[in-house]
Design a protein around this ligand. Sequence first.
Ligand SMILES: NC(=O)c1ccc[n+]([C@@H]2O[C@H](COP(=O)([O-])OP(=O)(O)OC[C@H]3O[C@@H](n4cnc5c(N)ncnc54)[C@H](O)[C@@H]3O)[C@@H](O)[C@H]2O)c1
Length: 361
Amino acid sequence: MVITGAAGFIGSRVAAAAARAGHDVLAVDAPDRALAPGTVRRRWDALAVPKAELDLASADLSALASADAVVHLAGRPGIRSSWGAEDAIRRDNVDATRRVLAAAAGRVVVASSSSVYGSAGRDRPTREDDPLAPASPYAASKVAAERLARRRPDTVVLRYFSVYGPGQRPDMAFHRFAEAALAGRPLPVFGDGRKARSFTHVDDVVAATLAATTAEVPDGTAINVGHPEPVTVRAAIALLGRVLDVRPRIEWAAPVAGDADRTWADPARARELLGWTPRIALADGLADQIAWHRGNLRHAETAPRRRSALDPEDAGHLGNVGHLENAGHLGTAGHLENAGHLGDAGHLGDAWHRESATAVL
Ligand SMILES: NC(=O)c1ccc[n+]([C@@H]2O[C@H](COP(=O)([O-])OP(=O)(O)OC[C@H]3O[C@@H](n4cnc5c(N)ncnc54)[C@H](O)[C@@H]3O)[C@@H](O)[C@H]2O)c1
C-alpha cells in the first residue's frame, strides 16, 4: 500500500496503522512542500516504514503502479493559508492528484474535505449529494481533485471533517489553542466562536481511510468522514479548559474568509459503505491531544539544545514565535496572516483578513 503525504498529520498515522495491520507500506512525501516543513521533516525522518521522497507534482511516479491501493493524502491543506497561494494549491492539490490517479493501477483513496460543501444548514447534516459550494481556493482545489477522481475507475473520495488529535498541524485551531493555554497565553480565536464543526479524531479518520482501501464502493463515490455531532468552537474551548483545569482567556480575531459557519457530517453513507462510525468523543479526543502537547513541552524543556535558540520551530512549544515557520512557506500574504496571530504582528494579520475578505466577496 502506498500512502502519500505520509509525513503529514493524518498520513503518518495512516502509515503507522497500515504497517501495524500487516500491510507492506511505501510512504511517499515531499516534506519541503509542507506548510510546516521542519515538523514534517522530523516526522518523516522518524517514520519507521520504507519511504520514497517524491514530489508528486513532478517526480517519476512509477513506484505507485505496483501497489494494490494508494491512499492519497498529500497536498496543501488549510483554508486560511490558501488565500494568496493559489498556484501552490493548484500544483500540490490538483496537478499532483491528476498524476497520482494516472500512475496508480489499483484502488485510489483520495482525501477531500468538508469545505467542498461550504456551510451546512441548521436543520440537518450534510449529505454527500448536497450541492457543493466551495468558498476558498483550498475548497475549490478539492472540488477539482474530486472531479478528477470521479473520472477514474476504482477510486473513493473521502471528505474529512476538521481532524484533530495527536500530531495535529500547527496551523489548526486545537493545536493553537492547546499551545497557547499551556503557555498561559490567551487562545487565538478567529470569528466569534459560534462556528460549529464536526470535529473528528484522527484515529477514527485512520479507521475510515483503511476501510476505504478495500471496501466495495461504486467508482468515484464521495463519503463523509466526520463526527455526526457538531460542536461550537466556544463549547470545544470550554471542554479544553476542563481538560486543562484552567479558565481559558480568549483573544478574538477577525473571521477567516471562506470559513464555513457550520460543518455537520451525515454519517449514513460511511456506515453503509465502510461499516464505519466514529468512536472517539470530543472530550476524550481533546484529552488525548493535550497529552501529546504536554509530551512535546516536556521534550522541549529537557532536550539538549542542538539547534539555535532562534530556530522558530524549536521555539514552537515554548512561545509565540513557534508558528512563524509555517508562515514562511505561504508567500507574503500568508506570512502576514499567520504571523498576525502570534504576537506583535497581530494587526497585520487582521488587516490582511479584512483585505482578503473584501477582495473575495
Ligand atoms: N487535517 C484536516 O482536518 C483535514 C480536513 C479535510 C481534509 N484534509 C486533507 O487531508 C490530507 C492530509 O491533511 P493533513 O492535515 O495531514 O496535512 P499535512 O500538511 O500534515 O500533510 C500533507 C502532506 O503532504 C505533503 N505534500 C504536499 N505537497 C506534496 C507534493 N507535491 N508531493 C508530495 N508530498 C506533498 C506534505 O509534505 C505533508 O507531509 C490533505 O489532503 C488535506 O487537504 C485534512
